[in-house]
Design a protein around this ligand. Structure first.
Ligand code: C5P
Length: 274
């Protein structure tokens, strides 16, 4: 059995306040790419995880997929295991979901493998305990997030589905906590409550400036994307991956080719919005 772990992007991300527990209250519009990592599972007596794919080497011991699997086993009192293989196609610690999308894929896949009727409420609760982005990744369609990003409200994203999307990462890993900590504490106002593209265009990513402060190279990526014919270009999440949305695939591919020539070491994924 196999389950895709779609790359996540934040079309807008407004940071409103720093809470006493150190987390931040945000408003964000999540969207998903058609591509990402892939999680494969076979029935087995014990729970194991093998890694493959271009970014397998960057993953540490502490893996959200195994934590998700253990949580499902505990919740439904399951005795059997699973031989899991994660194909890591997305760069690690890069603002596009990665570990959260992988964990969410495990939460969709394992109840199927183990033949349990998992309730949406249980899965959401497990997802929330695994990380702020995991509930949105469980959904994997456009959705608005509040609170830590884990309190979701529906958003019809079908109008943007299929829109050409380019993801660019300059090869620098950034810890989410470091970027949030570097935020200046200034509330720049709420995310617009409008149609998704208007929300995205009128919105912003408040983590962009702190991330660029930590890794100036992100500014270079953004300058390059701003110089293309993209409808919108912005950093996703806490970075360092930036994204650009285009009207036509040819425009996206032209931007990709240009970046490939100018910065051949950067990771790129030419895909579309789900
Ligand atoms: O929820 P998650 O474990 O993915 O968050 C990782 C880190 O990012 C947290 O430890 C916290 O430092 C930071 N964070 C935050 N505010 C959020 C989400 C994450 O400060 N809304």
């Amino acid at each position: 059995m196999e389950e895709p772990a779609f790359a996540k992007i934040n079309l807008a991300l407004h940071v409103r306040s720093r809470e006493d527990d150190g987390y931040h209250r945000i408003e964000t519009l999540f969207a998903f790419a058609e591509e990402g990592d892939r999680l494969h599972a076979e029935p087995a007596d014990t729970l194991t995880l093998a890694l493959c794919g271009p970014f397998a080497g960057q993953l540490g011991e502490e893996n959200l997929v195994l934590r998700a699997a253990h949580a499902v086993r505990r919740a439904y009192d399951i005795g059997s295991g699973a031989a899991l293989t994660l194909e890591k196609n997305l760069p690690v610690a890069s603002g596009i979901g990665g570990g959260s999308a992988d964990a969410a894929a495990a939460l969709r896949l394992l109840p199927r493998l183990w033949g349990v009727e998992a309730s949406q409420d249980d899965m959401t609760q497990i997802a929330r305990a695994l990380g702020s982005d995991v509930p949105a990744c469980l959904h994997s369609h456009m959705v608005r997030g509040e609170g830590r990003g884990d309190i979701l409200s529906s958003q019809d994203g079908s109008g943007l589905s299929g829109m050409p999307l380019l993801l660019v990462n300059p090869g620098v890993a950034l810890a989410t906590s470091d970027v949030f900590r570097a935020w200046d504490g200034l509330d720049r106002g709420p995310m617009p409550a409008a149609a998704p593209l208007v929300t995205a265009l009128d919105g912003r990513n408040d983590l962009e400036a702190p991330a660029v402060g930590l890794v100036p190279l992100i500014g270079r990526v953004l300058d390059m994307l701003h110089g293309t014919s993209a409808v919108l270009s912005r950093m996703s999440g806490s970075g360092a991956t930036c994204f650009a949305l285009f009207e036509r695939e040819e425009e996206r591919d032209r931007a990709r080719d240009l970046i490939q020539v100018q910065s051949p070491g950067w990771w790129q994924l030419a895909t579309r919005l789900r």
